[in-house]
Design a protein around this ligand. Sequence first.
Ligand SMILES: C[S@@+](CC[C@H](N)C(=O)[O-])C[C@H]1O[C@@H](n2cnc3c(N)ncnc32)[C@H](O)[C@@H]1O
Length: 282
Amino acid sequence: MKYPIRLNKYKWGSLFTKYLPSAYDPRKVAQENLSRNEFSQSVSAFCFDNVYKITKSDRHPLTNSYLSTLFAKPTIVDIGASDGTTSMDVMEACHGNFSHYYITDLNMEVSYYHSKNTYYFFNDKDECILMANNYFVIYPGDKESVALFKFFAKKIYKLFVDSGKTKTKVQLVNPELKKCGDSITVKKFDIFDTWDGDKADIVIVANLLNKCYFSDENIVKALHNVFSFIKNPGYLAVIHDLQGEKACIFRIEKDEIFLEKEINGGVEVKNLVLGAFSSKAN
Ligand SMILES: C[S@@+](CC[C@H](N)C(=O)[O-])C[C@H]1O[C@@H](n2cnc3c(N)ncnc32)[C@H](O)[C@@H]1O
């Protein structure tokens, strides 16, 4: 992240936030009764190990609509689903016709303390990953930022953060998911770790397997892992939509992989996916 000090959209008007680095107000995740969109916006301000939790509803409607035609009652595993709002879109596109939906993400909770309007958020290693007041959102631990910003972010961290304070945990899971019934499971899952849920008819990985987040080698490692729990036949949807929806939907059948459908030119990792399947251990 280049700019670890950003304007908090809570106070600044669009005239400023359109041109200067800004973030939605992360403090709202600590409030109750937020709407689905307000919660997703607030979660989008969080960044763990240089991967943002950015999400919003209706990000990939073309892919959702295609996926809804593949099986009558699929088991779906959504990896890196952030707060689950895009998972709800898939469920809606399927009209609720799925046998089970796993909403998974590596970063599902933060802890925080606050002093008046300033909130300090911590990851599960008790490192402060975010500070926010009415005017600014600050990412003190970022390694890839512009030197001057990094300098000030670190100074602010040293001056203000008190890791010893008592903290409250908050789940970064959209409250609307409570209305989705028993056919969903929300769980922490690292795409590099062994999957212990049911095998999937459809695996969805949206805005995670990007070359700006992971090396090719790690993308292939993650894919080898994912292939181990997709049924045969089954489908893998890889979606990127930072500049408009793009997706590749792969079909796995009789231990071969086929590019079933490309949406808007497909994704940059298409050949990595095809190659990873051929190189996977049987
Ligand atoms: C940019 S968000 C995409 C969210 C959602 N899929 C969407 O398209 O709106 C990427 C998500 O991947 C999660 N993530 C990062 N590393 C991960 C990993 N190793 N395994 C699983 N999820 C991971 C992040 O916590 C974040 O929520």
